[in-house]
Design a binder for this molecule. Structure first.
Ligand code: PAF
Length: 290
């Protein structure tokens, strides 16, 4: 496996291959990423290469978010990828990706006064995570389009856990006529049901136990749905009871149509139930798609 840090070296590498699959990540890899990587490797065709990008993208973090504190574990991530059979880890730094000075704190030149941004439709951004994370999806769409262009990927793998991200990337691909097949991979959970996330590393024991509330609420919805309850008001009210004593600080708990991200009153096929909550100041998300 190769670890490539510059765009020119990556371009040199891919010129010999007619097909590239990309798994974009911000590192701190866990089994959730492992599922994306394994799927990419299983679906690999002849003369195809699987690239995992590892880049903590500064422009998708808002002021006061955890950019500086975000776990950076490149050495472990490289071993993780190698063991899974990845062909290339692409691990650029911000200077390489955005052509700025190598001073990590050169935030000025990362703003849209200087850089071209890709901005997903406001009506799709101004909900769920986008509502509180202003500018986040512009940063995500911009870096993902850059990664598509740099790697010339024909397939790219994204987790269902970041459901709004997945939705907006598919929309960008459609709207900008990109020749990339977007593959989604189901959420991976630990043995107690907590959706895997790089941010779980921040949880202490108390936080971990409280964090399980997110999945318990989703399971409650599923349990009632399986008994024939489809009315969103009832499902919402029953599930929210599990957050007694305000174990988690809920930011949103919404039922939307996953075809257009519009709210629904009745759960049907392709309804997404999405939740975001802070647990001892750590922001976690989870969802279930029917
Ligand atoms: O989901 C992530 O880890 C990031 O948002 C992504 C897609 C790698 C873009 O930085």
């Amino acid at each position: 496996m190769e670890v490539i840090k510059t765009i020119s070296d990556l371009k040199d590498f891919i010129k010999d291959y007619n097909n590239v699959s990309l798994v974009p990540t911000m590192g701190a890899l866990h089994e959730g990423h492992g599922a994306l990587i394994k799927k990419a490797i299983t679906e690999k065709t002849q003369n195809e290469k699987v690239i995992v990008s590892i880049f903590v993208n500064p422009i998708q973090f808002g002021p006061g978010e955890d950019f500086n504190k975000y776990p950076r574990t490149l050495n472990e991530d490289v071993i993780f990828c190698e063991e899974l059979g990845v062909d290339v880890v692409f691990a650029p730094n911000a200077a390489t990706m955005y052509g700025i000075s190598s001073d990590e704190n050169d935030n000025v030149h990362l703003s849209n006064n200087y850089l071209t941004y890709v901005c997903p439709p406001y009506l799709l951004v101004d909900k769920l995570c986008g509502k509180s994370r202003v500018g986040h999806f512009d940063g995500v769409a911009t870096v993902v389009l850059k990664l598509f262009n740099i790697t010339q990927a024909k397939k790219a793998y994204f987790g269902q856990k970041d459901a709004q991200q997945l939705f907006l990337i598919k929309k960008m691909v459609k709207d900008l006529n990109l020749d990339v097949d977007i593959k989604s991979v189901p959420i991976v959970r630990d043995k107690n049901g907590l959706a895997l996330s790089s941010r779980n590393k921040y949880l202490d024991e108390d936080g971990y136990n409280k964090a399980l509330t997110l999945n318990k609420m989703l399971n409650k919805v599923k349990e009632l749905y399986d008994k024939g309850v489809v009315n969103v008001k009832i499902l919402f009210e029953e599930a929210i009871l599990l957050n007694n004593d305000d174990k988690v600080e809920i930011e949103y708990f919404e039922f939307l149509d996953f075809n257009n991200l519009e709210p629904v009153n009745i759960v049907t096929k392709n309804t997404i139930v999405a939740i975001a909550a802070k647990v001892n100041k750590i922001r976690l998300i989870d969802n279930m798609i029917f």
